[in-house]
Design a protein around this ligand. Structure first.
Ligand code: PRX
Length: 645
């Protein structure tokens, strides 16, 4: 497989960037022609950011699984598509060739049809990191069902909300998932999520941990039984066949729920054609993938990073994608490096939080590991601090591997700003240059473009994008107006990212973090309002306010100020009760790191909580709280300062 759209030099980058900005239709039409379309599109791009309406490759007909699998079979049937490394290093590795992947995906597609799933139906997937999760996703895509993967760390309540929002009728899950020394009972969480649910007709359960599970007659079926039967249907005379559904380029591919600054998580919708082109294009260019390379993205497929850079991007490019079931620190902190050595990994793509946590073990776990196969390192999910960047560069890349710092979001489908490994320069803690097709703009609070430089010669403002790229979200499921108000209304005519950024004279961007009420905890997005709602569900809580604070490993930690009026007793016990409540309502990932009990919260006379003040206190900037005279009760600030944890 070759990639005519792969950028090979800095000069070509500038040239392609220019072309993509001047004539996006010609540029992306050319890139898209490298994929397999049953029918070519009528128009490359039609858009406005007012409604918003964004259509790429409209009228084009395709099936993404034919692009990710079938078209590779003639030349790469025996090449590994997925290499699966189990949680427990003693367990056997699974190498899934493109031929095997084809067979399994055809079986899943048949199994779904056998269970009543039709094109356009929503299938919720709640599984651990097993190859069957990739088969499930691709099986949905093969029949045109819309998958919605939910990360295994979300609670039953969170799942119930998502099932309801998506009106999902089908679930694929596992009995349990192995993560480090833990065994997570996924099916039992699903059972809780289904109490009172009226839409789900079928739950397909894959056996991974052999944890006892309840199986409800008429609703729950075993994956293994269903797949065995499907095998007899799709395999004839040694040949495997299941026709892929012909889809429109703008049909939805998946829904992925993500947190915002208000309300419940929203279902970000990506459509087939543009997402496919964008993930493959960015994969090949950012990582400078070469055929035969082993690409190891350490993310969970429950997040967008796993969707785009474990499954769709790599497979659309005919790559070999590593999939790891476990966690970086189990059985010891050398696990990633052992995987790199064992599978001769060429590119490792991980989160700054993982790097920082591994740094804390020192270099002993790296010593003696042969990392010479590595060519490219990548990071994603949050700003990387310089210390972590240098540690990664020196100890893992041995100063010989470019580090790509990829900035993007669930809503952007794939990377928007990043250096291209070895092709465009990397600068520690800077995401650097925009991808072709991406036109960033920094604006002030009123939406005016920033033109004045700060004392370091940087422009500083809120990061917006002027025009659509193929991978941009199309809507939020069931509520297009929410999509408009969240992303396109703050600054009319622009897509607003929610991030702040700096820009230097060379046109490089440095992402400084969220400027809205969204936290980034270990690279996971959580809205402060969501955590507050969960805390307020605790019977003893009167009111709460949640802010982020700098955390050495997680990047940001959750700091909760809580007014409590329940029965008294040990403060620590109360804290645990509140944490457990958050765990039940959202999931363990949203548990506060610190809970400070207060008797009041700083509010304006109109009753608005002054988060700015709370943020400063949580960050330890107590001396410099700014103007507190407009507060209803300025005295409360002193009490909060004194009680800081
Ligand atoms: O604040 C930015 C941060 O993560 C947010 C997006 O989160 P999510 O949708 O969960 O997607 C994460 C994986 C793509 C962004 O708004 N972020 C992501 N990548 C970076 C980053 N911040 C700084 N540098 C990055 N490379």
């Amino acid at each position: 497989m070759s990639y005519p759209y792969q950028i090979k030099s800095l000069a070509q980058y500038h040239d392609d960037y220019k072309k993509s900005a001047e004539d996006p239709e010609a540029f992306w039409g050319d890139v898209a022609s490298n994929f397999y379309w049953r029918k070519k599109w009528d128009k490359v791009l039609d858009w406005n950011f007012t409604e918003p309406k964004i259509e790429w490759f409209k009228g084009g007909k395709l099936n993404i699984t034919e692009n990710c699998i079938d078209r590779h079979l003639a030349t790469m049937a025996d090449k590994p598509a997925i290499i699966w490394e189990p949680n427990n290093p003693e367990e056997r590795v699974r190498v899934v060739t493109y031929a095997r992947l084809h067979k399994r995906v055809c079986q899943v597609a048949q199994m779904l049809v056998n269970n009543g799933v039709k094109k356009g139906d929503r299938v919720c997937i709640y599984m651990g990191m097993v190859p069957e999760l990739a088969y499930a996703i691709l099986g949905c895509a093969r029949i045109g069902a819309i998958h919605s993967v939910i990360f295994g760390g979300f609670s039953a309540q969170s799942i119930a909300d998502r099932l309801y929002d998506a009106q999902a009728e089908f679930i694929i899950t596992c009995d349990g998932a192995f993560r480090g020394g833990k065994d997570i009972p996924l099916k039992s969480v699903i059972d809780d999520a289904l109490i009172g649910n009226r839409t789900v007709k079928r739950v397909i359960v894959y056996t991974r941990t052999r944890t006892p599970v309840s199986m409800i007659k008429g609703r729950d079926v075993w994956w293994e039984d269903e797949m065995d039967y499907a095998e007899t249907q799709v395999e004839k005379d040694g040949k495997v066949f299941f026709p892929a559904e012909e889809m429109d380029a703008e049909d939805p591919l998946f829904i992925l729920y993500t947190s915002g600054s208000t309300g419940k998580p929203k279902g970000v919708v990506h459509t087939i054609g543009g997402y496919m082109v964008w993930t493959a294009y960015t994969f090949v260019n950012v990582f400078q993938y070469q055929p035969g390379d082993v690409h190891f993205c350490t993310a969970d497929i429950g997040w967008i990073t796993g969707h785009s850079y474990i499954v769709y991007g790599p497979l659309a490019a005919g790559a070999t994608s590593m999939m790891f079931e476990g966690i970086p620190s189990w059985p010891d902190a050398g696990r990633f490096w052992e995987i790199v050595q064992k599978h001769k990994v060429n590119c490792i793509y991980t989160a700054p939080t993982a790097i920082r946590s591994l740094m804390s073990y020192g270099t002993a776990p790296v010593e003696g590991k042969d990392l010479s196969s590595l060519k490219v390192l990548g990071t994603v999910g949050e700003p990387i601090n310089e210390e972590a960047w240098h540690w990664y560069d020196e100890n893992i890349g041995k100063k010989a591997c470019p580090i790509v710092d990829t900035w993007w979001q669930t809503e952007t489908g794939g990377t928007l700003i990043s250096n291209l490994a070895g092709v465009t320069p990397g600068i520690p803690s800077w995401a650097s240059l925009p991808m072709p097709g991406v036109q960033p703009l920094l604006v002030d609070e009123r939406g005016h473009e920033i033109t004045e430089k700060d004392e370091h010669g940087h422009l500083k403002g809120n990061l917006c994008i002027k025009a659509p790229w193929p991978g941009i979200l199309r809507t939020t499921w069931g509520d297009h107006e929410r999509c408009r108000t969240n992303y396109f209304a703050t600054y009319p005519g622009l897509y607003f990212t929610g991030d702040g950024a700096l820009k230097d004279e060379g046109g490089n961007y440095r992402i400084t973090g969220r400027v809205d009420d969204v936290l980034n905890i270990s690279g996971h997005r959580i809205g402060t309002a969501e955590v507050e709602n969960a805390i307020n569900m605790h019977s003893g809580v009167v009111e709460s306010a949640v802010v982020g604070y700098p955390h050495d490993i997680k990047g940001q930690g959750i700091y909760a100020f809580v007014i409590y009026n329940g029965h008294h007793g040990d403060e620590n016990l109360r804290r645990q009760d509140i944490s457990l409540t958050v765990s039940k309502i959202i999931g363990p990932i949203a548990k506060p790191d610190k809970i400070q009990f207060v008797t009041g919260l700083p509010k304006t006379r109109s009753g608005k909580i002054m988060r700015r003040i709370l943020r400063k206190i949580a960050e330890g900037e107590i001396a410099n709280l700014g103007d507190t005279t407009t507060l209803l009760d300025p005295g409360v600030v002193d009490e909060i300062k004194d009680g800081k944890l």
